[in-house]
Design a protein around this ligand. Structure first.
Ligand SMILES: Cc1ncc(COP(=O)(O)O)c(C=O)c1O
Length: 463
């Protein structure tokens, strides 16, 4: 394993790991092409440098009288303000630091007014689909809407589901800004307007949107937004839930403990009486992840300074290049809910006739040093719907089971990229995929512990 940093190609932001070399099963090595940004993006060099500069000054947050504690507390709170600015929050919104998008949405699920009706499309990532039905959730009835065929259908389906609501209790819609499977953009502004028309609130899952597009909470009108630092080039274990303060303030603390409590008194009859914080600290019990929060703030600053106009424009050239390249290959089908003209971020999933997706992903890695993802991407109902599978088959990570004539593949390959991706990584991916699809793999593969891996001790496949 070797890694260092170097100047990136012009037009993309410097990230760590550009010089990592990946060993190839066929001999030698290749510069690693990280094309799995949708899972976790590499750290921005700027984020890494900011964290390194702060590290000697690291201290406890909200807990110490010393200089470094004061400095760290100031840094933590100013990071909160930076994130609020990045997201275009309203003045009275709260920014809660969490561990991730999953954590943020579980926090909100636990903070709902009891019995809140929840509306969610079946197309969501599991982090947005499941928290409402989980044990810790305060939600009442959960309505799961079927996959829409267009952005307009999504708005119409939500509109009619909310119109059919009985009673006027609290309701919440949870929707993604950009799909982690297709990369397609969802009509957030219109869905928010539909939710508000019917007295419901909306939380935006911006895990895949925030790294690629500006998100303006006040302008979009969304009530909350959730995202993860590790997808926003800040992989230090923090995430964000930002938005309306009222439900968060009224809810029991997400975790009970120090920091969330303002005063704890011995109760007259035994036990303790607790006065909880009413700020974001209410849901941040325990020592906060100041480095994670600072890293997110640093990424927010770096992306803002780079300018989303320029970042989006460049990323769209990569999207077009990938889609055009895939279209030239025989038997490749790109997964899409909204059709070929849909706007999308740098996330593209596809299947290839005659190939099992795990086999393809394993060969891209082992023979070409290219990291993509295969599977159902924690969005099982969506991928199954896109692959035309009613849901009976289990996800398979095995080499075999290539879909033959008339069979449907069980999972897909996903290539994803962003602000740190050089053009040549995309070109190498297309060339490697082309050679695999046309000429086959150059090495035999086996299923080991359910994963498709290069067969140990084998010889290259004869040309
Ligand atoms: C759209 C979407 N939402 C939520 C999540 C969950 O993010 P995390 O794993 O950081 O909690 C992901 C992760 O892939 C995602 O793509």
């Amino acid at each position: 394993m070797s890694a260092s940093t170097s100047a990136p190609a012009p037009g993309c932001l410097p990230v760590l790991g550009r010089d990592v070399r990946a060993p190839l099963v066929t001999g030698g090595d290749a510069e690693y092409a990280a094309l799995d940004y949708a899972a976790s993006a590499p750290a921005l060099q700027r984020v890494w440098d900011d964290v390194a500069a702060y590290a000697p000054y690291y201290g406890s947050v909200h807990r110490g009288a010393g200089y470094l504690s004061q400095l760290s507390t100031e840094l933590f709170e100013s990071s909160r303000a930076t994130v609020a600015g990045f997201l275009g929050c309203r003045p009275d919104d709260q920014v809660v630091f969490t561990r991730s998008t999953t954590d943020s949405l579980n926090l909100l699920a636990a903070a709902l007014p009891p019995g809140t009706e929840v509306y969610v499309f079946e197309t969501e990532h599991h982090a947005a689909l499941l928290p409402w039905q989980h044990g810790g959730s305060a939600a009442g009835r959960v309505t799961v809407l079927p996959a829409p065929g267009s952005p307009g259908q999504a708005v119409a389906a939500l509109d009619s589901a909310l119109a059919a609501r009985v009673g006027d209790g609290p309701a919440l819609v949870c929707v993604t800004g950009a799909s982690n499977v297709t990369g397609e953009l969802w009509p957030v502004r219109e869905l928010t307007a539909a939710a508000h028309r019917h007295g419901a609130r909306l939380v935006l899952d911006a895990a895949q949107l925030a790294p690629h597009h500006p998100v303006d909470v006040a302008d979009l009108g969304v009530d909350w937004v959730a995202f993860s630092g590790h997808k926003l080039y800040a992989p230090f274990g923090a995430g964000v839930l930002a938005g309306r303060a009222d439900w968060l303030r009224a809810a029991p603390p997400y975790l009970a403990g120090g920091g969330a409590s303002r005063r704890v008194l011995r109760a007259a009859g035994g036990g303790v009486d607790v006065e909880w914080q009413t700020t974001a600290a209410r849901h941040e019990a325990g020592s906060p992840n100041v480095i994670g929060a600072y890293a997110i703030a640093s990424a927010c600053r770096a992306l803002t300074e780079a300018g989303f106009d320029a970042l989006v424009a460049r990323e769209q050239t990569l999207v077009a290049r990938v889609l055009a390249g895939l279209a030239e290959l025989p038997g490749v089908r790109v997964l899409s809910l909204f059709g070929a003209d849909a706007a999308r971020v740098g996330v593209v999933s596809f299947v290839v006739d005659g190939w099992s997706s795990p086999h393809l992903a394993a060969a891209l890695s082992a023979e070409h040093g290219i990291g993509v993802r295969d599977g159902l991407f924690c969005a099982h109902p969506l991928v199954r719907a896109l692959l035309g599978d009613a849901g009976g088959s289990a996800e398979s990570a095995a080499c075999g089971g290539a879909a033959g004539d008339g069979e449907r593949p069980l999972n897909a390959v996903r290539v994803s990229f962003g602000a740190g991706t050089p053009d040549e990584h995309v070109d190498r991916f297309l060339a490697a995929l082309g050679s695999l699809v046309r000429d086959g793999a150059r090495w035999p593969y086996r299923t080991v512990d359910g994963r498709c891996v290069p067969a140990a001790g084998a010889e290259p496949v004869a040309a």
